[in-house]
Design a protein around this ligand. Sequence first.
Ligand code: PNW
Length: 463
Amino acid sequence: QPVPGARAVPGLPADFRWGVATSAYQIEGAAAVDGRTPSIWDTFCRVPGAVVRAEHGDTACDHYHRMPEDVAMIAGLGVDTYRFSVAWPRVQPGGTGPVNPAGIGFYDRLVDRLLEHGVTPWLTLYHWDLPQELEDAGGWPARDTALRFADYAEAVHAALGDRVRHWTTLNEPWCSSWLGYRTGEHAPGRRDLGDAMAAAHHLLLGHGLATARLREAGGPDLELGITLNLGDHAPAGDSDADRRAARLADGLGGRLYLDPLFRGHYPEDVVADLADRGVTLPVRDGDLTTIAAPLDVLGVNYYTSHRHAGTDEHGAATGPDGRPVDRDVPYGRPRTAMGWEIVPEGLTRLLVRLEREYGVPTVVTENGAAFDDPAPADGSVPDGDRVAYLDGHIRAVADARAQGADVRGYFAWSLMDNFEWAFGYDKRFGIVHVDYDTQIRTVKASGLWYRDTVHLTREAAGQ
Ligand code: PNW
């Protein structure tokens, strides 16, 4: 008996991939166990004011010690795929040198457990936990970090490549670069545009170098990709100023990554805008060829979309800093607990555009929302707003497919409530509730709804 409100989503085929997603630092805990050394997030969490209530991932969901139960829970949700990330400082403490057997052992057991339960592992190599030693040596703004990343990728592949077919190099390099080195909202908390752009280039270079190593070691069976956080950036009106503002926002957030990956060059307008600000990307001969190594899939993390105006409230096109204005013009929609507007049709527009402009198959590797959930009572959490959010966005994916986009899967963010970076444990994205005092997991109404929606959709598609 499916939960009320769950029904098949028309237009999603029988081989559509359904998953749930997490990342290492957000759920594992066991920060100093089995030889793991600190990452930039362990360090950043100790900077006063960096994270809400000075929270950190020392324990998080204690997934490191509860992995078998968590895998059983994933299987119980009826999904076919689990997207997780590997913690670099567990596998290669300090970021260089030989593999730490205890550290890689955890992922070895995780992969085996998943396969025993019929769940396909979808492995992300880097979800933001750079070994602190590598940051001390310059971090992503230093070219050497890209080379170290390729070595790390090869080491993980050597251990797990016999069982893991789906590999994502980086999660959201925009966040690593912009939030980590420009705004300072994320680890390592630096604030310099030149550093951020050097970081962006070296993240992409690391991706390209790692992709080449994985291809060489793994052959044609591997499915390789990268995950970007993307949204739809629309002009608020039809003035040239609004169009320019929308285009530049999409340039810095999207095309700066998409163009080198899928076209082999950086977008000229973004390069020119950076030059106006005295910044050049540290590109060397051959880098763009390395970065543009062919990929099998593009992972898309989608949460919201934006409308942009190129003038301020008084009509001026230049701000006090002498820079062209980019003003956010809200759609006026309901917002999640993150303050992000709920714009499901932006996902349709984005996926259709990616198909048209880049022609690469996509998987939605993250989509979901934080809400102020009611506390669990009698073993249930009635999170109706999350059900509505997921439903709207899964239907938006089906709409994109109907318009010709080759979207092959959808992963809910997140499997369970977890450490939401600078927001600490305050923001809950899970379809499973976590009580951080007892570590008791309670599947929310959205989790039950997701389970039944996946089941009914597969059944309707004839599987
Ligand atoms: C993504 N922004 O992060 C991450 O991949 C997840 O680890 C995270 O939990 C999830 O989205 C929810 O936040 C983002 O400021 C963090 O635009 C910040 C932004 C985008 C994505």
